[in-house]
Design a protein around this ligand. Structure first.
Ligand SMILES: Nc1nc2c(ncn2[C@@H]2O[C@H](COP(=O)(O)OP(=O)(O)OP(=O)(O)O)[C@@H](O)[C@H]2O)c(=O)[nH]1
Ligand SMILES: [Mg+2]
Ligand SMILES: [Zn+2]
Length: 358
């Protein structure tokens, strides 16, 4: 069969390609373009097809985190739609993911987008302007392992640009800051400069700041709906689902619906809730600081031995705990400094390489 789609243009990296090579029979690779009701639209070498997750996958998933998200590279059991929807067998390792705590009382992590190179944090220069909120968005993006870029939108509606730019600079050391307007066209070329072939960018930010307008402007046609009737930053969400769109001359953009309230994931709490049975069990260990290795009177070891605690579940718990330790280390002060320095360096190198033109 002749390959119609070059997946490299859809962001396929050598690392992901290599990982895919471990899967042989009945395995095809694709990238999630959009999602609705657990049906996924996937781009493959043969074009777009629909995929769904298989029972085993649902069973194994601990939380929404483990489900495929827009931008994910996945393994499918077929490469055409002719025999019904493809089954998504696996999500390949993510190089980055933007996530947040699910609204309401569920503590599951919600993946907004995966495998992103640059995340454009959009904030409008009029009604939406709020430095504290910008800080929270920045935290989310630093944690995602993608590189944040701040886009101050609707410059045509702002008459104290200098003051606002200074405020943003103060909280965003080492981060590129762009000013844009889809009315005057200001800053659009600067945004475009990042979106090169194979590069995936995500637009995040509150509802109504103009994310979809920028995408439409760049794409040169109305891919995403924009609500022309509303005259402020409030009101209904216009974009209702996340979508990965390819840009002429290379590059990919993931448009996302505006976030109403953003929360940083409360990891400890989430661990307790997801594994309340294990936390409960650990309370009956003989020693309160039991590491569940070889201590006498360990309730966990006992439960694993007599089968009341599933070994897989225990291993998942350990894995998640490790991730949380990592996350905590990463967010403590010294690690944070290191983190900023690293991205500052990337940002400087990028300027040197002249990818960034002012
Ligand atoms: N004056 C001005 N208005 C803009 C600009 N960009 C977008 N708008 C208007 O702002 C409103 C919201 O724009 P959208 O692009 O739908 O915003 P969004 O961020 O995609 O919103 P959600 O999809 O709800 O998250 C629309 O009425 C746009 O016409 C701009 O640069 N200047
Ligand atoms: Mg939108
Ligand atoms: Zn124990």
């Amino acid at each position: 069969m002749v390959n119609k789609v070059n997946l490299k243009q859809w962001g396929l990296s050598d690392t992901t390609k290599k990982e895919f090579k471990n899967y042989q029979e009945n395995s095809y690779i694709g990238r999630i373009i959009t999602e609705g009701n657990k049906i996924y639209k996937v781009i493959t070498e043969n074009g777009e097809l629909f995929g769904e997750i298989q029972g085993k996958f649902i069973y194994k998933a601990l939380g929404t985190e483990d489900f495929p998200a827009v931008g994910d590279w996945v393994i499918l059991d077929r490469n055409s739609n002719t025999n019904g929807n493809a089954i998504i067998k696996k999500v390949l390792t993510r190089k980055s993911k933007i996530s947040r705590k699910t609204a309401g009382n569920r503590t599951d992590e919600q993946i907004i987008a995966a495998n992103i190179d640059y995340t454009f944090i959009c904030m409008s220069l009029n009604n939406d302007f709020n430095i504290r909120r910008l800080e929270r968005y920045l935290t989310i993006v630093w944690d995602s392992m993608s590189i944040p870029i701040i886009v101050l939108t609707k410059s045509d509606l702002c008459n104290d640009l200098v003051q606002k730019s200074i405020e943003v600079n103060e909280v965003a050391i080492g981060v590129d800051i762009l000013i844009s307007s889809t009315v005057t066209g200001e800053g659009i070329n600067e945004i475009k400069n990042y979106i090169k072939e194979g590069i995936t960018c995500a637009f995040i930010g509150s509802s109504g700041v103009g994310k979809s307008s920028i995408l439409n402007y760049i794409k040169g046609k109305n891919i995403m709906n924009v609500n022309e009737l509303r005259d402020d930053d409030k009101g209904r969400h216009t974009t209702t689902h996340r979508q990965l769109v390819s840009i002429p001359n290379g590059g990919l953009i993931i448009d996302t619906p505006g976030m109403r309230e953003i929360q940083i994931i409360d990891l400890d709490n989430s661990l307790d809730r997801t594994f309340s049975d294990i936390e409960e069990l650990a309370k009956s260990c003989k020693f309160s600081d039991c590491q569940h290795n070889s201590e006498p009177g360990c309730a966990i070891k006992e439960a694993l031995k007599n089968g009341t605690l599933d070994a897989d579940r225990w291993n998942n718990y350990l894995k998640m705990k490790k991730e949380i330790e990592y996350y905590k280390r990463k967010t403590d002060k010294d690690a944070e400094k290191e983190y900023w320095a690293k991205f500052k360096k990337i940002s400087i190198n990028r300027r040197k390489n002249n990818n960034y033109k002012k």
